[in-house]
Ligand binder design. Structure first.
Ligand code: GLA
Length: 352
């Protein structure tokens, strides 16, 4: 009987740089210490159960099932099986159980963690290997075929490439990654607004189309190549161009130990996402203001927006209090009960 094997993949939180990845721009995420684990043994088909979610998935291992024909979270499983088959993975199944500590649907990339951990298990079962970037591209494709949303590469690449104690400066055009150490004196707080993301699917695709159109009008390959002067009258494009500059400035500030510059950069990022890109919600704005009022260096919505989480940086010594009192303030103002996480930058996906 073949031995059981387990693979893990973390969720991620993005420190700064949202809606830049699909514009060939820069992002600064970290893989976090919340993760999905896939534990299984070789089998003929792909059969998966979840310890947290209802339902079971049972599919042929050759990618012949269209993810759109599969219900619920099984779509992600079918997406991974198909994306790997497209890249030449031989048909080999697993009988597996998945267990995840990444909260589902809150913007911490629970789906990327599932895709990446499952992809590693499936590659292992088939004696097939992909490099990190190829694996991320396959999992991005899985996400796209499962959801119909043209999402970028950040989540899957961050889950695969995470480093303990470090954020990742990713150039989403070249896919080059530069680790950036996070000072031990700074804590990363995540507050879930407690409102599931809404409108995200259509609005995300609309924003992406607006960016493509703006780049085409300027005769550019992508907004990565635009200057601020070129986009000064176009709020959507202005967000992308200014956000890229803020990502590079934040990475430089972290490298230089200049933590005082980080707060204003996070605040400017949130304002740009709220006013120029229009992907915030009243709840996300309240959460950002609550954390700042309690003493966070800075806070911003993180991920796609339209609900989900905010991220804040705070002095580690005060982070527990800032998170708890920020959450209490949020609860008092919105009547919603937010989940709070003090996260650490964790290692990328691998054998568990
Ligand atoms: C989602 C997508 C990412 C990225 C963010 C916004 O998380 O999956 O690719 O576009 O939104 O920065």
């Amino acid at each position: 009987m073949s031995a059981e094997r387990a693979f893990r993949a973390p969720g991620r939180v993005n420190l700064i740089g949202d809606h830049t990845d699909y514009n060939g721009g820069f992002v600064l995420p970290l893989a976090i210490d919340l993760e999905c684990v896939v534990r299984g043994r070789p089998a003929e088909r792909v059969s998966v159960r979840s310890l947290q979610l209802e339902g079971e998935v049972d599919l042929p291992a050759d990618g012949s099932v269209d993810p759109a024909d599969v219900a619920g979270w099984g779509r992600y499983v079918a997406g991974v099986v198909r994306a790997l088959a497209e890249r030449g993975r031989p048909s080999a199944g697993i009988d597996a159980v998945i267990s995840s500590t990444v909260p589902v649907g809150s913007g911490l990339s629970s789906s990327a963690a599932l895709e990446v951990s499952l992809a590693l298990a499936l590659c292992d079962a088939a004696g097939f290997a992909l490099g990190g970037v190829e694996l991320a591209l396959a999992c991005q494709r899985a996400e796209q075929v499962a959801t119909g949303v043209p999402s970028g590469i950040m989540d899957q690449l961050a889950s695969i490439s995470g480093r303990c104690g470090q954020a990742l400066l990713i150039d989403c055009r070249s896919l080059a990654i530069e680790p950036v150490a996070l000072p031990e004196a700074l804590a990363v707080i995540v507050v879930d607004s407690g409102r599931a993301r809404e409108l995200e699917q259509t609005a995300y695709a609309d924003r992406q189309a607006a960016c493509k159109a703006a780049a085409a009008r300027l005769g550019l390959r992508s907004l990565r190549d635009a200057t601020l002067e070129q986009v000064v009258d176009d709020p959507r494009a202005r967000h992308v161009v200014s956000e890229n500059e803020r990502v590079l400035a934040a990475a430089a500030a972290l490298t230089a130990g200049d933590t005082a510059s980080l707060g204003p950069l996070l605040a400017a990022s949130h304002a740009s996402l709220r006013d120029d890109y229009e992907v915030s919600t009243p709840e996300l704005d309240v959460a950002v203001a609550a954390l700042e009022a309690e003493g966070a260096l800075g806070a911003r919505l993180t991920g796609a927006g339209f609900g989900g989480c905010v991220v804040a940086l705070a002095p580690r010594a005060d982070a527990g209090r800032i998170a708890a009192e920020g959450a209490a303030r949020y609860r008092a103002e919105t009547g919603l009960d937010p989940a709070v996480h003090l996260v650490r930058a964790a290692a990328g996906a691998g054998a568990a």
